[in-house]
Ligand binder design. Structure first.
Ligand code: GLP
Length: 245
């Protein structure tokens, strides 16, 4: 796994944006997997800036969102769809019909997840999956204990994840208990994966990711993927550095 250590999240966002720009230059209709969370904000800002300056074109790009809260969909302000829309979609020329997302209000969640997997396949799979990491090592909403062969499905969120995401909902209690998430195997099917982690809160999860691959640290499964790049800032890499000294 390749590790790029940057000074701060702004530099990290710019570094990830460059990888995305290069991808689009090589393949205009690149299919991206996108994540939510505060980690993604510097990246989305940088991409919007590049678009404003005419340096990047998203007109043929396709995006699949990683996950969604149960009970929320594109019409809800607190949905993951709206998060990415706020920071990214509405600021660039990505076509609405090229944005794919899970409907957390689907009457049949099992069917919704099955259809999502089929749609990803239909579009030739994810070329570049962008990931953040939870403080407990989760990727997407695949919490500790998730099977490495899991596919898109309904999951129960851990309380630590609900606490970490409380800022989006105003309080812990308002954070949904369930979500739909692309699975670990779905994520591993991407041709390339870029994981971003910034801040000291992520240092323990990042360090655990590089130890033995275990279901208890979902991100550690990335060791089994042939093309993963980590972009982490100094604070998030603190425990890695300690180890190598
Ligand atoms: C959420 C998302 C993840 C994200 C993680 C980190 O639970 N489902 O995709 O990577 O939390 O979020 P943040 O970037 O806000 O720390």
């Amino acid at each position: 796994m390749k590790v790029i250590i940057v000074q701060n999240k702004k530099e990290g966002g710019a570094c990830a944006a460059k990888l995305i720009l290069n991808r689009i230059k090589k393949k205009k209709n690149t299919t991206f997997g996108l994540a939510t969370g505060k980690t993604m904000i510097p990246l989305y800002k940088k991409l919007s800036g590049l678009y404003k300056r005419g340096e990047i074109n998203f007109s043929r790009v396709r995006c699949f969102n990683l996950d969604e809260y149960i009970g929320f969909n594109k019409n809800d302000k607190k949905s993951n769809y709206r998060f990415i829309k706020k920071y990214f979609f509405r600021k660039v020329n990505i076509r609405e019909e090229n944005i794919f997302f899970l409907d957390g209000k689907a009457s049949d969640p099992i069917l919704e997840c099955k259809k999502y997997e089929e749609r990803i396949k239909k579009y030739g799979g994810i070329d570049l999956q962008i990931l953040g990491i939870g403080i407990n090592g989760h990727i997407g909403f695949n919490e500790p204990g998730s099977s490495f062969s899991s596919r898109t499905r309904k999951v129960m969120l851990r309380n630590e994840t609900r606490h970490a995401n409380a800022w989006l909902f105003g309080s812990f209690k308002r954070v949904p208990r369930y979500a739909l998430t692309t699975g670990i195997e779905t994520i591993l099917s991407a041709r390339k994966i870029v994981l971003l982690a910034f801040g000291k809160d992520k240092a323990a999860a990042v360090a655990a990711t590089f130890k033995r691959a275990t279901k208890q640290v979902p991100a550690s499964v990335l060791q089994r993927h042939p093309n993963v790049t980590f972009i982490i800032d100094r604070a998030a890499s603190a425990n890695l550095r300690q180890k190598s000294h």
